[in-house]
Design a protein around this ligand. Structure first.
Ligand code: HEC
Length: 444
């Protein structure tokens, strides 16, 4: 698949961006990036010999769909309003109910994006799709099991046969401190003016499940209920941020996109929502994908250099903290999004004999009922080098059986640890034999 590469121009622009970021950070302590581990934001040499990102073909879902298109196995219907988008979402098994809308001018089609013409994002466990009404460019990213984020555009024209073009120029923004220094995914939150232009001094580096709700969703439309929890979604322009101070949530708790009819016609979008639950799942997932890629790269580099990956301790511990939601921002009121997203998200869940799954949502005090990311079942996790997975499983065993009672795991109750252990034992494919033969771990 052709890849357009602008590495030298990119690295110049990236280093200029780094200088700017450092300067802005010095001014604004509240913008300090969330701490994962020391060096987590350093750019890894992913184009160099040991990793060869640009020279390696992707085996992810988009590359596989392109193979089916080439063979003529998957004809894509043309829709007069949205072109190939609906057919592509279907072919990639991405639900339209995962739709979220971003109106800040933050991504590469920013000239076309505004509160009057928000960008729609859709996602499943492996693929992200971007659609800007009125643009002929569809944007895609996938979580390739080895390469991490791989980016594509597709010319959305009736007279052009649908063809994904791998576009490594996207890494200008999609491989930086905000994506853990590897090709990856991101979501941010800014105050914007009425046109969606961002105020750089108000930005988050990246939104994850750790980000307090008060800092989230600046530049995004948000539908669904969240009680008295305050967030920055649905606000644009200084007057609305000012009004929020005295009337918290005056723009929150919206049932559907009809609430924003003064800005845009919801009929142009595939779903009537920019769902709060979808947003929260997306933000957990983006950073999780980046973490998996970072671990894949770190382990590959260490294995090549030393023949083992024993030096990976601090990224590994940070990964476990993220995997097990130990620093998740607590919910103080119930979240209620569209049942349609919840239903589609639960489809295909792997369940233990008691019917429990890592995809079960809680939405009362936290995002998920059982605090271990469902992406542990993903191809990206499965593709981690076996040496690393052995270490991950050994640490998980210690934490989940309660042998490790260190303070960083104190948010995991005994019941949480037991539930996650039971679910993993029933659903995770490549567990070490010792997990199965060790008998019930209850009370360990
Ligand atoms: C100017 C910076 C920038 C460039 C260049 C850029 N993006 Fe993004 N992209 C973003 C930001 C910021 C987000 C987060 C959502 C938002 O603010 O729109 C994002 C989100 C996305 C997402 C959603 C999930 C994810 O992977 O983060 C997709 C898909 C995406 N971009 C595709 C692309 C593709 C394809 C290209 C290249 C053709 C590209 N982007 C180039 C800034 C950029």
């Amino acid at each position: 698949m052709p890849a357009t590469r602008h590495s030298s121009a990119c690295s110049i622009r990236r280093s200029a961006a780094t200088v700017l970021a450092v300067a802005v950070l010095a001014l604004m302590p509240c913008m300090a990036p969330a701490q994962d581990f020391q060096g987590a934001t350093h750019l890894l040499p992913f184009e160099e010999e040991n990793l060869q990102y640009g020279k390696t073909a992707s085996t992810g879902p988009i590359a596989r769909l392109q193979g089916r298109l080439d063979r003529g196995d998957t004809p894509l219907a043309w829709d007069e309003q949205r072109g190939y988008l609906p057919a592509l979402l279907k072919a990639l098994s991405v639900s339209t109910n995962s739709q979220v809308l971003v109106f800040s001018k933050t991504s590469f089609q920013r000239d076309r994006i505004s509160p009057q013409n928000p960008r729609a994002l859709f996602f499943n466990d492996e693929v992200y799709v971007g659609y800007v009404p009125g643009s002929t460019v569809l944007e895609f990213s996938e979580a390739d099991p080895r390469l991490g984020g791989v980016f594509y555009t597709l010319d959305n024209r009736k007279d052009a046969p649908p063809r994904f073009i791998r576009t490594d120029a996207c890494l200008e923004c999609h491989a930086s401190a905000k994506t853990m220094g590897v090709p990856g995914h991101l979501a941010r939150s800014f105050q914007t003016d009425e046109r969606g232009v961002t105020d750089l001094l108000t930005g988050t580096e990246i939104i994850t499940h750790r980000t307090p709700l008060t800092d989230r969703w600046g530049g995004w439309f948000v539908t669904g209920r969240h009680g008295d929890q305050v967030h920055r979604g649905n606000l644009m322009g200084a007057a609305s941020f000012e009004r929020q101070r005295t009337e918290p949530n005056f723009a929150g708790n919206q049932p559907d996109l009809g609430a924003f009819r003064n800005h845009f016609d919801a009929g142009r979008y595939l779903a009537p929502t920019s769902d709060i639950t979808a947003l929260m799942v997306l933000e957990h997932q983006l950073h999780m994908h980046n973490f998996l890629t970072r671990l894949q790269y770190e382990a590959t580099l260490q294995l090549k250099a030393y023949g083992h990956c024993n030096y990976i301790k601090s990224p590994l511990e940070a990964f476990l903290r993220y995997l097990l939601f130990t620093e998740e921002t607590p919910l103080t009121a119930a979240i209620q999004g569209t049942p349609a997203f919840e239903r589609d998200f639960a489809a295909g869940a792997l369940r233990d004999p008691a019917g429990r799954s890592l995809r079960d949502l809680d939405l009362k005090t936290r995002l998920f009922k059982y605090p271990c990311s469902y992406l542990i079942h993903s191809d990206a996790f499965a593709a981690l080098p076996p040496e690393l997975k052995t270490r991950i499983y050994a640490r998980l065993w210690d934490i989940l059986t309660g042998r490790d009672q260190s303070p960083e795991w104190s948010r995991l109750s005994t019941a949480d640890r037991q539930a996650v252990l039971d679910i993993l034992r029933a659903t995770q494919k490549d567990l070490p034999e010792s997990w199965r033969s060790a008998g019930p771990a209850r009370g360990a």
